[in-house]
Every structure is written in structure tokens, then in C-alpha cells.
Design a protein around this ligand. Structure first.
Ligand SMILES: [Fe+2]
Ligand SMILES: [Fe+2]
Length: 260
């Protein structure tokens, strides 16, 4: 029997090996675009996606300090940390595609989030290749446990999920990436700079997709609703300085996150 989109996506979440997970995600997107997946369907996602045995997952306070990007060890640690975030992003994009059938998302929702899923998988694979060139691999270093927390905290509310994942966490990525690019530039690591520039451009679009669907599902006034949902569902504070330029390119203006 032909698998539905939901079956394929739950298959991505249930794949433990990181490269296999990313490839399954890219294949689901390609097959969807080619019209090879007839139905959206329904399938129940796992509470936590499967992950490889390595990296060892540590609480943030137990994570070793990353060395400076000027040393090769520091660069590997930085790229490893980003690869880990991208692998989480693969699972987050997969999860939103199957978690909220009762919200009755329209077809363009699936097109958008599948394209985000494909981007995240591509980001992970590019970082994996870059690590290999530097003689390292995803799994070599410990990684941050807790990135799935936001998914668990918003598992029963699509609007809260959109408020927190694309519009807090991915928007935060836009704030911090330019400084990472600068430090890699200073280190003369042109290949890693090029890679982060690709990711940065793509992530602006992910925030834009998040904002679009947030406003689609939002019944009240979007900016105050966003602030209320973030206060209820996000553990932690929003951390300035914000990258106003990239955020406004994503249509996520200061009316949302700026000082009242
Ligand atoms: Fe990404
Ligand atoms: Fe993203």
C-alpha cells in the first residue's frame, strides 16, 4: 500500500541514524513535489523522535565550553553545535507536519513546512560534510539536550508551537548567526562562512513561513497574542540584541518583539 505523507513524516521522526533521517526527509519532500504521495493522511508522531546513540546529550549547564573559532578545534565544536540544532530542526519541521491534524491545516501549510523540512535536512547534511572535511563527524562531541523541550511544551497547540519554534527559536538564530559568520571569517574559514551564509538566508524564510502560519491560525490581534503565548509556553527570556534587519525581512517586525 502506498504510504501517506503522514506515514512518511512519522518515518522521518522514527529514524535514529542522523544521515538516514535527513535523507528520508529530503526524499519525502522530493516525492511530495513529484506527486508520488497521494494523500496527507494521519499518523501519530512519537513524543520524542528517535536519535542516534551519539552524540551524548548533556544538560546545557554541563556542556563543555566551546573553544574560540580561531582554532580548528573551536571551529569543529561550533559546526558540531549547529549540526545538532539542524538535526533538531529536521524533527521539529517533521513534527509540525503531523502533530496538529485537528487544526485542519490547508494544503499550502504542508507545502511550506515540507520545504522547510527539506532545507533543515540539507543544512544538516552540508554541515556533516564540512565536519568530515575537517576530520570530524556529528556525534564526536557532546550536544545540548533540551532542544526538544519547546516541542513538548507546545505539543497541544499549533499557535503556541508557531509562536515559540519559528518565532522565538529560529528568529534567535537570525540574531546570533552574523557574529558566528564574522568569527569564521576572521579564522579564514571560507567554506564554513559560505555554508553559514546559505543557512542564514534560508532561516529568514523559515521565520517568514512561521509568521505567515502564525497569522493564519491566530484569531486575535497577532502581536499581543504572540507575546501572551510566548509568556505562557516559552521557558526563558527573549534575549536582545535582536537582528531587526533580518527579522523585518521575514515580516516579523518590532511590533511583535520590540519594547512596548
Ligand atoms: Fe536550518
Ligand atoms: Fe530553520
Amino acid at each position: 500500500m502506498t504510504q501517506t505523507l503522514a506515514d512518511r513524516i512519522v518515518g522521518v521522526l522514527g529514524t535514529a541514524d542522523a544521515t538516514a533521517k535527513a535523507k528520508a526527509a529530503r526524499a519525502a519532500f522530493a516525492d511530495w513535489r513529484a506527486g508520488l504521495i497521494p494523500d496527507i493522511g494521519r499518523a501519530v508522531p512519537p513524543d520524542r523522535p528517535k536519535r542516534p546513540m551519539k552524540p551524548l546529550l548533556l544538560m546545557p549547564r554541563d556542556m563543555p565550553k566551546r573553544g574560540r573559532a580561531q582554532t580548528e578545534r573551536g571551529r569543529i565544536a561550533l559546526l558540531h553545535a549547529i549540526a545538532h540544532i539542524e538535526l533538531n530542526a529536521v524533527d521539529l519541521a517533521a513534527d509540525i507536519l503531523v502533530r496538529f491534524p485537528n487544526a485542519k491545516p490547508p494544503l499550502p501549510f504542508f507545502n511550506d513546512w515540507l520545504s522547510v523540512l527539506d532545507d533543515e535536512a540539507r543544512h544538516f547534511l552540508m554541515l556533516s560534510d564540512r565536519l568530515a572535511t575537517l576530520g570530524a563527524a556529528y556525534g564526536d562531541l557532546p550536544a545540548h539536550d533540551g532542544l526538544w523541550q519547546a516541542a513538548q511544551d507546545t505539543a497541544d497547540n499549533v499557535l503556541a508551537r508557531l509562536a515559540v519554534v519559528p518565532l522565538v527559536l529560529e528568529a534567535r538564530g537570525l540574531d546570533v548567526t552574523p557574529a558566528m559568520i564574522d568569527s569564521l571569517k576572521k579564522a579564514g574559514d571560507k567554506d564554513s562562512v559560505a555554508l553559514l551564509n546559505v543557512i542564514y538566508r534560508d532561516e529568514i524564510r523559515h521565520v517568514a513561513v512561521g509568521r505567515k502560519w502564525f497569522e493564519h491560525f491566530c484569531i486575535g490581534e497577532p502581536e499581543t497574542t504572540w507575546r501572551d503565548l510566548v509568556a505562557q509556553h516559552f521557558r526563558g527570556a527573549l534575549k536582545p540584541p535582536f537582528n531587526d534587519k533580518a527579522r523585518s525581512e521575514a515580516g516579523f517586525g518590532m511590533g511583535y518583539y520590540g519594547e512596548a
